[in-house]
Ligand binder design. Sequence first.
Ligand code: 5GP
Ligand code: MN
Length: 315
Amino acid sequence: MLNLRESLQGVKTAAILGHIRPDGDCIGSCLALYNYIETYFPEIQAKVYLQDFMPEFLMLTNADKIQHDIDEDVVYDVCFSLDSADKERHGEYVKYFDTAKKTIGIDHHISNQGFAEEHLIIPDASATAEIIYELIGKEQLTKEIAECIYLGMAHDTGVFQYSNASPKTFRAVADLLETGIDASRIVDETFYQKSYVQNQVLGKTLKESVLHLDGKVISGVVTMKDMEHYGVTPKALDGIVSQLRYTRGVEVAVFVYELAENCYKVSLRSNGKVNVSSIAGSLGGGGHVKAAGCEVSGTYEEIVEKLLKLISEQL
Ligand code: 5GP
Ligand code: MN
């Protein structure tokens, strides 16, 4: 098993990468690792590179230090790839991965083929943040590190409700709570609370959602025009697909939003009968059995039709 302490010996510079359109687990696991390095390896110059994210995540220690811009030609001693099933998920920051002297991948996506030199991929882990907890260990947890890990795990498990939350997950949570973190504040402020307009977009999407295949599938869409109208960007749409899935009788929820003309981001959620990871995978994306995504070109109607065909083959 990967040993963080050993992998950081002699390292002077470290880059930490997550995935494009970073979510709670991505931000939480990257910052947990960053805060661990800052605490126990202060001599290492570390940097987290992530795309822009929602301001509520700024509650995490050092979230304000996350870099969005690309630095000129820096070659890192080590580059960590977190929560990313494939290299393309790093977006433009992939250049630090490609040039680094050593690369280490830590992930929980079953579709991750192990593209880093050294890797630790645990598909049973609820979140990448749970793996980071395993690597750091209870003794070295600080409150600041625990907050990041808790946030990551809470987001990827729907606040510990999805079936990926295992007994191991809850044992980890016990250790995290013992550091004195304010767990309810973390989930309230970063998971449940939405801005007024975010709730309006959610409401509109639910109101206009459509049932298919005898009510076993539900679909919802947000267009660029909608986002312009409400003054939101895609990162404000997190959580809509889960809300769609909470419709009784539904096996699969499909949520798509427009990235560009005839180009959509697809989010899929399943109750378990349908493996959405394989559906997203067949369209160039990936994810988990019950939560997956991809980017697809075509009109909204064409995309839904394509997805319904793939879903009905499994139902
Ligand atoms: P979401 O629907 O919340 O964007 O993503 C759900 C899950 O699918 C996450 O684990 C995420 O990493 C994965 N996922 C979403 N979009 C893509 C994609 O375009 N490519 C890959 N490989 N995975 C994705
Ligand atoms: Mn994750």
